[in-house]
Design a protein around this ligand. Structure first.
Ligand SMILES: [Zn+2]
Length: 194
C-alpha cells in the first residue's frame, strides 16, 4: 500500500475548511459538493467517486479539444455533464462546500458572509446525492441561467433537495451596500482563499 503523505479529511461537516486540494483523492467521499475558483465566480459540482464529477455547465464551457481521459469538450455538449476531476478543475484548486455549519461557528470564524458555507442541512447519504446527480445527468436540469439556474443551484439541489445559490445572493447583497470598501467586499466573497 502506498504511504499516505497527504492530508486526511477532517470531520467533513463541522470544520470550516474549503481547500481540500491536498486530500488524497481516494479519501474524497462520494456525494461531496465541491467547487473551484474561476475568474469572477466559482464553479460547482458533485464528486461521484472514481475521479469523476457531475456538474452543470453553460454553453461554451469546457476545453476546445476533447479531454483524452473523459472526452469532455465544449463541443460534446453542455447542461449536466459527467467529466473527470481534471476537466472540472481546469487547473484550479479543489475546494469543498460546507453544509450544516452552526451559525455560531460562522460568526466566530468570520465566515458569516462566506458564499461557500451554509447552515442548510445536507442529506446524510452521499450515495443518495450521487443518485440524484446521475438522475439529472439523464433528465437534465433545465435551461442554464447564470443567475437563476446555474452550477451552484444544481449542486445544492443534489445535496439538499432544494436549489439555491449563495454566490448570486451575496454578490447582490454586496452590490446593495456600495459604501462597503471594495477590498472588504472581495474579502468577504473570497474568504476561503485566506
Ligand atoms: Zn476530462
Amino acid at each position: 500500500m502506498l504511504p499516505l503523505k497527504v492530508e486526511v479529511p477532517p470531520n467533513p461537516i463541522l470544520r470550516v475548511q474549503h481547500d481540500i486540494s491536498r486530500w488524497d483523492i481516494r479519501l474524497i467521499p462520494e456525494g461531496l459538493h465541491i467547487y473551484v475558483h474561476r475568474p469572477g465566480y466559482t464553479h460547482h459540482g458533485i464528486y461521484i467517486g472514481d475521479g469523476k464529477v457531475i456538474h452543470f455547465v453553460g454553453p461554451k464551457a469546457g476545453p476546445t479539444r476533447a479531454c483524452k481521459k473523459c472526452g469532455f469538450s465544449r463541443n460534446t455538449g453542455h447542461g449536466v455533464v459527467e467529466t473527470c476531476l481534471e476537466c472540472f478543475l481546469d487547473g484550479g484548486s479543489l475546494c469543498r462546500y460546507n453544509y450544516n455549519v452552526p451559525r455560531v461557528r460562522l460568526l466566530i470564524t468570520f465566515h458569516t458572509m462566506c458564499p461557500n458555507c451554509t447552515t442548510t442541512e445536507r442529506l446524510e447519504s452521499g450515495r443518495e446525492i450521487v443518485a440524484t446527480a446521475k438522475e439529472k445527468l439523464k433528465e437534465g436540469f433545465g435551461k442554464y441561467n447564470l443567475l437563476s439556474n446555474n452550477c451552484e443551484h444544481f449542486a445544492t439541489f443534489c445535496s439538499t433537495g432544494t436549489a439555491f445559490c449563495q454566490q448570486v445572493k451575496y454578490t447582490a447583497e454586496l452590490a446593495a451596500f456600495p459604501v462597503l470598501p471594495r477590498p472588504v467586499g472581495l474579502l468577504m466573497f473570497y474568504r476561503d482563499l485566506i
